[in-house]
Design a binder for this molecule. Structure first.
Ligand code: KG4
Ligand code: ZN
Length: 341
C-alpha cells in the first residue's frame, strides 16, 4: 500500500509517500522559517496562506520523485492536530478532497504520534514498549508507548516547552527565529562553568518539567551584565546544559520507573547534539538504548505522518473508520495524545 502523508500543523509544509513494504518512497519539505523570521515568530494567518500555495506542488513533486501516478496512492494520512487551526485546515481540506475524489481511506494523525514513531521509520528493529521523550517547539512530554495508539503521558511541561525555551532564550541573545539550532551552535563556542542556571523541578518527584523560570533567569542576567560575544556563548552553553540535564535526568528516571530499556527521543529539540550525546552516555550506563530519528525527521516533516498512517494500517488501529461515507471533517488545534485510539 502507498500512503500519502500531509503535514501542515505549523510553519513547515511536509509531504511524503510511504510504501508499507518498500518504505519511504519520497519526501519534500517547504519551510516558512524565512518568512516568519521577519516577525520573530510564526504568524498564523501567513502560515495558512503559504501552506495553500505549497501543498499541491509538493504532492506533484513527490509523485515525480517516487515515479508513481496519483491513482496509485491507496490512503492519505494528514495531521489533524494539534497545531495552528488555520494551518491544519489547509492540510485537512486538501487531504479530504483528494481522498474523497479518489474514494480512498483517510487517516487522521496526531502530530506527536508522528514525532514519537519517527525513529522507527529508519530503524524497524525498535520494539514496543518504550519511553518517548518528546521535545518540540510546542510540547515537552515523557510518554510510555506500549504500541501504536497506546500512549500514557507520564509527565509534561507545566509552562514553556523545551523548544520554546530555546527559542525565547535565543531571542534574548539576539539570535533569529526559531533559535534552537543557532543557540546550540553558539553554545559550542561557550566556556563551561562561568554561569550556572537553576534546574527547575529537578526534585519534583514526578515527570513534569518547567522551563519558563530558566528563560527568566537568562533574561535577568542579560539585563545586568555586558553581553559580549563570548558572554553570549557562555550563557548559551549554561542554558543548554541546564535544559539537557533536566531532560536526561527525568527521562532516565522514567525508564527505571517503568522498568523499560528503550528510550526514543523525538521532536525538534531531539536534533540537539549535546542532548543526543549526554542522554546516550547516561542511558548506556543504565544498560538502556536510546533511539533518535534521523536528523531530517527530527523537525516537522511529512514522512513521519505518512509513516504513522502506515503503522496504523499495518496494525489495523482505527484506520477503517473514515471511508468517506460523510463529507465533514474537522481539525483539533488541541488534542490529547492519549485519546487517539
Ligand atoms: O518538532 P518541531 O520541528 O516543531 C514543533 O512541532 O514544535 O520543533 C521545533 C523546535 C523549535 O523550538 C526549535 O528551536 C527546536 O525545535 N530545535 C532545536 C534544535 N533544532 C531545532 N533546539 C535545540 N537544539 C537544536 N539543534
Ligand atoms: Zn513537531
Amino acid at each position: 500500500m502507498i500512503i500519502l502523508g500531509i503535514e501542515t500543523s505549523c510553519d513547515e509544509t511536509g509531504i511524503a509517500l510511504f510504501h508499507t513494504e518498500k518504505g519511504l518512497l519520497s519526501q519534500a519539505l517547504y519551510s516558512q522559517i524565512e518568512m516568519h523570521n521577519e516577525y520573530g515568530g510564526v504568524v498564523p494567518e501567513l502560515a495558512s496562506r503559504d501552506h495553500i500555495n505549497r501543498v499541491l506542488p509538493l504532492i506533484k513533486q513527490n509523485l515525480q520523485l517516487a515515479q508513481i501516478d496519483l491513482n496509485q496512492i491507496n490512503a492519505i494520512a494528514y495531521t489533524q492536530g494539534p497545531g495552528l487551526a488555520g494551518a491544519l485546515l489547509v492540510g485537512a481540506s486538501i487531504a479530504n478532497a483528494l481522498a474523497f475524489s479518489m474514494r480512498i481511506p483517510i487517516l487522521e494523525i496526531h502530530h506527536l504520534e508522528g514525532h514519537l514513531l519517527s525513529p522507527l521509520l529508519t530503524n524497524p528493529s525498535i520494539t514496543f514498549p518504550f519511553i518517548a521523550l518528546l521535545v518540540s517547539g510546542g510540547h515537552t512530554q515523557l510518554i510510555r508507548v506500549d504500541n501504536v495508539a497506546q500512549y500514557e503521558i507520564l509527565g509534561e511541561t507545566v509552562d514553556d516547552a523545551a523548544g520554546e525555551a530555546f527559542d525565547k532564550t535565543a531571542k534574548l541573545l539576539g539570535l533569529g527565529y526559531p533559535g534552537g539550532k543557532s543557540l546550540a551552535l553558539l553554545a559550542e563556542k561557550g566556556k563551561s562553568g562561568r554561569f550556572a542556571f537553576p534546574r527547575p523541578m529537578r526534585n519534583s518527584g514526578d515527570f513534569n518539567f518547567s522551563f519558563s523560570g530558566l528563560k527568566t533567569a537568562v533574561q535577568t542576567l542579560v539585563k545586568n551584565i555586558e553581553t559580549t560575544d563570548q558572554t553570549k556563548a557562555d550563557i548559551a552553553l549554561a542554558f543548554q546544559e541546564a535544559v539537557v540535564d533536566i531532560l536526561v535526568e527525568k527521562s532516565l528516571t522514567a525508564l527505571t520507573h517503568c522498568g523499560l530499556r528503550d528510550l526514543v527521543v523525538a521532536g525538534g529539540v531531539g536534533a540537539n547534539l549535546q542532548l543526543r550525546k549526554q542522554i546516550t552516555l547516561e542511558a548506556t550506563k543504565l544498560g538502556a538504548s536510546v533511539h533518535f530519528p534521523e536528523l531530517a525527521f527530527c523537525t516537522d516533516n511529512g514522512a513521519m505522518i505518512a509513516f504513522a498512517g502506515a503503522m496504523r494500517i499495518m496494525k489495523n488501529v482505527n484506520c477503517d473508520t473514515h471511508q468517506h461515507a460523510h463529507y465533514d471533517y474537522t481539525v483539533k488545534a488541541r488534542w490529547n495524545l492519549e485519546t487517539t485510539l
